[in-house]
Design a protein around this ligand. Structure first.
Ligand SMILES: CC[C@@H](NC(=O)c1cc2[nH]nc(NC(=O)c3ccc(N4CCN(C)CC4)cc3)c2s1)c1ccccc1
Length: 280
């Protein structure tokens, strides 16, 4: 039977980070001496911001996922005012600190991280999970420098589980097919943005104001600075993956998806693995 954890099972250490809805501390489980990260969320915050469903989804999803590049959620417990998530401890902290420190990463380093991310996202998509908030702040590094996706607070279980067609796509309206492929393409698109940021040290559509960034994204107004030197292969990968969500989706949707949506999801996962292959 599941062990019932409580605060007295842990010795709490220094704070690791703070987010909008909580903060994370390093902690040691007293019996096993095992180091974990304990994420605290105040119940009044959950009430105030109405994030019950989001938190429940985060817990269900992260508990169910088992992948070397996804941070484990081992369990949880609560007291009168707080909920505690017992998370895997990533010893080398946040990837974005490494990125800020070094300015940008080498192609080899970027390719390694993009391949890990792609495999983790392909695994998520096979489980009908879309993270939707992949950014350097949510990427951690374990003691071996291996990438771990954290914070599934914005992830969703894709609708397709209930809507998976057994028939063919032939009778589906374009927006439905587009919508379906779009679900997964959100994470795929992000891979291209991250690849650019790893190689150049800043995301491709950065702008003074949010609305300018939005305009640049919608126009896919992406250009490559002359420095640092980046290989043609890497640029092609970025262009291919950020060929606009619409185009990408259409590309996914236009290929003969005579088969069921499942094929399409596999197609999306295939596409992801293709990206992983490309990024070496
Ligand atoms: C991704 C954000 C999310 N974070 C988690 O869930 C997090 C889960 C989790 N597990 N392990 C972590 N490790 C660290 O945060 C960490 C940071 C710096 C470290 N170093 C500093 C430099 N030094 C040289 C080496 C050690 C080591 C570990 C974090 S964060 C979050 C969400 C809500 C509220 C707070 C945090």
């Amino acid at each position: 039977p599941e062990k019932q954890w409580s605060l007295k099972d842990f010795e709490i250490g220094k704070p690791l980070g703070k987010g909008k809805f909580g903060r994370v501390y390093v902690a040691r489980e007293l019996q096993s001496k095992y180091i974990v990260a304990l994420k605290l969320i105040f119940k009044e915050q959950i009430e105030k911001y109405k994030i019950h469903h989001q938190l429940r989804r985060e817990m269900e999803i992260q508990t169910s996922l088992r992948h070397p590049n996804i941070l484990r959620l081992y369990g949880w417990f609560h007291d009168d005012e707080r909920i505690f998530l017992i998370l895997e401890y990533a010893h080398r902290g946040e990837l974005y600190r490494l990125l800020r420190k070094n300015g940008h990463l080498s192609e080899k380093q970027a390719a390694t991280y993009i391949a890990s991310l792609t495999n983790a996202l392909a695994y998520c998509h096979e489980k009908h999970v879309i993270h939707r908030d992949i950014k350097p702040e949510n990427l951690l590094l374990d003691h071996e420098g291996r990438l771990k996706i954290a914070d599934f607070g914005w992830s969703v279980q894709s609708r397709s589980k209930r809507h998976t067609m057994c028939g063919t796509l032939d009778y589906l309206a374009p927006e439905m097919v587009e919508n379906k492929a779009h679900d997964y393409a959100v994470d795929n698109w992000t891979l291209g943005i991250l690849c650019y940021e790893f190689l150049y040290g800043a995301p491709p559509f950065e702008a003074e104001t949010q609305s300018d960034t939005f305009k640049r994204i919608m126009r896919v107004d992406l250009s490559f600075p002359s420095t640092p030197t980046v290989s043609e292969d890497a640029k092609n990968l970025i262009l291919r993956v950020t060929s606009g969500p619409g185009l990408h989706t259409k590309a996914l949707a236009s290929e003969d998806f005579g088969a069921s949506l499942d094929n399409q999801e596999c197609r999306s996962c295939w596409y992801m693995r293709y990206i992983a292959f490309l990024s070496f």
